[in-house]
Design a protein around this ligand. Structure first.
Ligand code: MG
Length: 381
């Protein structure tokens, strides 16, 4: 029986993690979970799982009255209290930079980390890796591409890798030209062709910022130089990523677009369990798989992610923070789709940079980049 603390329970990955745990009650027990502001979803979750600890973004007096058997925490401090409980694996399904500090705290307390929160690795991969090594814990990838690579590497020597090939569906606007992107709407951007995900990541997929983050994430998870990480467009999202070895043998992991598989694998590794109510992949129904080169001019944020990843320092924190702000502004209808790219690229050029940052510098770069984007938007009004 593995005891789990789940951060970000009301999001897409969080709810699917709960689904996995409910259907394998013999294997997993969720002892504590966090949600942000989504109290209705929390109440629904509490009809399905009985947990002893819950953290919400804000204090809710009525929750304490309604659920007398649950211990409630709140805010950033609450997240740290939650990760300090007694359990085996932290599932970090938070979205954004907010996941960093609780992750580092959990590692310090010797918890294994199943990580869906890619922003944490983007901004502070070096710190996370150092902590993982120091405290001898496991970092278990949930992102489907990284789970695929991880599965392909099982039983193989990492020294024999020649490159990682990350597949990209291309997001909701993959067939549009840059000219056609000028006036796209939020609704169109949220309509991903293959995956049903949260709003932030769906927009990040449309700009390919998500794929850029995944390149940086792969660099930290598998210790592979950026030159040896390739992104290939694969519209069907059946091959979730591949590893090419020195002898040019390529291993791929295939499956339908169901995030419960990588979530569950992170929790059962190195073993496997059935995925409840899932469908087997039938390649005869799929018929054919397609691959094509990704044009960096069409997706400048993917190109930028490679540059930022190589340059390191505080730059990944700036890239991420500017993107979080711009993404949120687009979702609120305050900027146009292509403004996201401009804001992120400008922030990476203009915001304070330090080559060998400590953790405080990372937090400072994050705050400065957010302020930069907000000021720039004020200036545009
Ligand atoms: Mg992914």
């Amino acid at each position: 029986m593995k005891k789990i603390v789940l951060l970000g329970a009301s999001g897409s990955i969080g709810l699917q993690t709960i689904d996995v745990c409910i259907h394998h009650k013999e294997s997993f027990e969720i002892v504590g979970l966090s949600v942000g502001h989504n109290i209705e979803v929390l109440k629904d979750i509490l009809t399905k799982v009985s947990v002893s600890y819950v953290c919400t973004a804000q204090h809710h007096k009525e929750l304490i009255e309604e659920y007398p058997n649950i211990n409630f925490f709140h805010g950033d401090e609450g997240l740290l209290q939650l990760v300090s409980l007694s359990y085996d694996v932290l599932v970090n399904a938070l979205v954004g930079f907010v996941g960093l500090i609780p992750t580092l705290k959990a590692i310090e307390l010797k918890k294994d980390i199943a990580i869906a929160n890619k922003e944490t690795l983007v901004v502070a991969g070096k710190f996370v890796n150092e902590a993982v090594k120091k405290h001898k814990v496991q970092l278990l990838p949930i992102d489907s591409e990284h789970s695929a690579i991880w599965q392909c590497l099982k039983g193989n020597d990492r020294k024999e890798i020649s490159k990682l090939i990350i597949t990209a569906s291309g997001g909701s606007f993959r067939d549009k030209t840059r000219e056609e992107l000028k006036n796209v709407t939020v609704k169109e951007a949220l309509n991903h062709p293959n995956w049903n995900m949260g709003a932030k990541i769906t927009i990040d997929s449309a700009t390919m910022m998500n794929k850029g983050f995944e390149v940086i994430e792969a660099h930290w998870l598998f210790d592979i130089p950026f030159e040896d990480i390739e992104v290939v467009m694969h519209p069907e999202s059946i091959i979730h990523s591949m590893v090419q070895f020195k002898d040019y043998s390529v291993l791929a992991q295939l499956g339908l677009a169901d995030m419960r598989l990588p979530i569950q694998y992170a929790l059962t590794y190195p073993n496997r369990l059935e995925v409840y109510n899932s469908e087997a992949l039938d390649l005869r129904k799929i018929g054919s798989l397609h691959f094509k080169e990704i044009c960096f001019n069409r997706f400048p944020l993917l190109k930028l992610a490679y540059e930022v990843g190589k340059k390191q320092g505080t730059l990944p924190a700036v890239l991420n923070a500017a993107n979080e702000e711009a993404n949120a502004l687009f979702l609120k209808g305050k900027i146009r789709f292509l403004d996201i790219e401009d804001l992120v690229m400008d922030a990476c050029k203009d915001v304070w940079f330090k080559q060998d940052p400590n953790l405080e510098d990372i937090l400072k770069a994050d705050a400065l980049a957010r302020e930069y984007v907000r000021r720039k938007i004020e200036g545009l009004k």
